[in-house]
Design a protein around this ligand. Structure first.
Ligand code: 5GP
Length: 167
């Protein structure tokens, strides 16, 4: 089954990413900053004082998740505080394990992009967890919006597995 069928993707391409260089200052109005403040919604998977994890709204595979620092106003890996980055990576590992256990992919990609030419489209540092299924290609990056009902189901499965793993 392909990613489009699994998610009911609407395949309209998204607006082009702004051309943000590695030294462009942090914009507190970026969508992830809005999500952290609670000004924009997300399908939350995990949150603590320092880190937030949620489902990608334009997923490239079934279970595509994002992990971000909450307290670091950093665009990318060059300017993020090292301690904040370490906390993010600990959650990346925890969530990758849960995603693999629950969704049983054949592989899992962990990716992180810095600057528009490297593929970054949201300029608050984040790490992608992208489960990979044998024989399934990747969806187009940041392009097809997933069906909210599918995201809700996936969120429920992963949140419940995460709770199980913490007992
Ligand atoms: P980047 O291209 O910067 O590495 O990754 C940004 C990611 O954020 C993309 O995979 C894109 O699909 C996702 N994204 C963009 N806007 C939103 C949003 O409003 N909510 C969520 N959950 N993900 C988003």
């Amino acid at each position: 089954m392909g990613i489009g069928a699994r998610y009911g993707l609407d395949s309209k391409p998204r607006h082009g990413a702004p051309h943000v260089s590695l030294t462009t200052p942090y914009d507190p109005q970026n969508i992830f900053a809005q999500i952290i403040r609670g000004d924009a919604p997300c399908y939350k998977l995990y949150e603590d004082d320092d880190v937030l994890a949620f489902l990608d709204l334009f997923p490239q595979s079934y279970g595509h998740a994002l992990v971000i620092p909450k307290r670091s106003a950093a665009c990318n890996i060059l300017d993020v505080d090292t301690d904040a980055l370490c906390k993010v990576m600990a959650v990346v590992q925890k969530l990758a394990r849960v995603i693999v256990e629950e969704l049983q992919p054949d592989g899992v990609q962990v990716a992180q992009f810095n600057g528009a030419p490297a593929g970054q489209t949201v300029f608050h540092i984040h790490v992608h967890i992208v489960p990979r299924y044998s024989g399934e290609g990747l969806g187009i990056h940041a392009a097809g919006k997933a069906d909210p009902a599918e995201l809700e189901k996936l969120q429920a499965r992963l949140v419940s597995k995460l709770a199980e793993s913490e007992h």
